[in-house]
Design a protein around this ligand. Structure first.
Ligand code: OAD
Length: 252
């Protein structure tokens, strides 16, 4: 515990001196809100369990799964949308809102699609993997925000052209939005402090944003209860849940 407190005091000083901060977040920051992490999920073998629950998220969040069974994939997203809607941003999200107010330049790059950073009040948020509240037509490309849950019709269809609507998120095997990715890499290389919070750092190119900062010699701090493949390359690791560590770290 002493080591953790020493590290915390040192990192607090770095944060106080930083003027250009980038934060990279993953599912772990929403874990304490009650949103399950991707890799914390185990398939349900029960007889009454819905069909989607027999698959891992990595099998459902793919263009192939959607092409094969759009209704099943939508049932999973509809369940997740309802689950997220029943949760609130936590003290970790709130601490990052305060940090944004304190530093000259700030960007929050997130892999999360739950929208909790924006809901908490963060302003400069770059969504690498999209937004679960957006629906996009696979035929005409029209994008709409629809926060209803459950959705009245599954799979939902486009009111303009009748095409199938898909969740406005990035799936495995798809490219990330190029402009957002390029901006994230640029910000990572230019910042003087990066916090990497609640991500397993195994999914690329998102994890590459942290790697970019490490390679550019930026001070990079990991906040995670577990170690990740990038932990050994971090300037410091603060071990613990984001909802506890971030408020401690970012208290003025
Ligand atoms: P993962 O589920 O892979 O990892 C969650 C991380 O959060 C793990 O490293 C946990 O140790 C950590 N964690 C758990 N509880 C925490 C807490 N209370 N505070 C801080 N950290 C905690 O989620 P991501 O890294 O976000 O992509 O996954 C990356 C991407 O893979 C996702 O955006 C998604 C997924 O498949 C797509 O959908 C394209």
């Amino acid at each position: 515990m002493a080591a953790r407190n020493d590290a915390l005091a040192t990192v607090k000083q770095w944060v106080a001196e930083a003027t250009n901060v980038v934060v990279l977040t993953g599912a772990g920051i929403s874990a304490e809100s009650g949103v399950p992490t991707f890799r914390g999920w185990t398939p349900d073998d029960g007889d009454d369990a819905p069909l989607w629950s027999k698959f891992r998220p990595e099998e459902l969040a793919t263009p192939e799964a959607f092409a094969q069974d759009p209704t099943m994939v939508w049932e999973w997203y509809d369940w997740r949308r309802g689950l997220i809607a029943g949760t609130q941003p936590n003290a970790g999200h709130a601490a990052l809102v305060d940090l944004e107010r304190r530093v000259d330049r700030f960007a929050l790059v997130t892999q999360n699609v739950d929208g909790h950073h924006t809901l908490a009040g963060s302003r400069n948020v770059l969504h690498l993997h999209g937004d679960i509240w957006l629906l996009r037509c696979v035929d005409c490309g029209r994008e709409i925000e629809d926060r209803r849950h459950p959705l009245p019709e599954l799979p939902p269809t486009c009111s303009d052209c009748g095409g199938l609507l898909r969740p406005g998120v990035v799936w495995f095997g798809e490219g990330l939005p190029v402009d957002i990715l390029e901006r994230s890499f640029l910000l990572a290389a230019e910042c003087d402090l990066m916090l990497v919070v609640g991500t397993s750092a195994v999914v690329y190119p998102a994890a590459g944003v942290a790697l970019q900062a490490i390679e550019a010699g930026v001070t990079v701090i990991e906040v995670n209860p577990e170690t990740t493949p990038l932990s050994a390359h971090m300037t410091a690791c603060l071990t613990g849940p984001a909802g506890v560590v971030l408020p401690e770290l970012l208290a003025p």
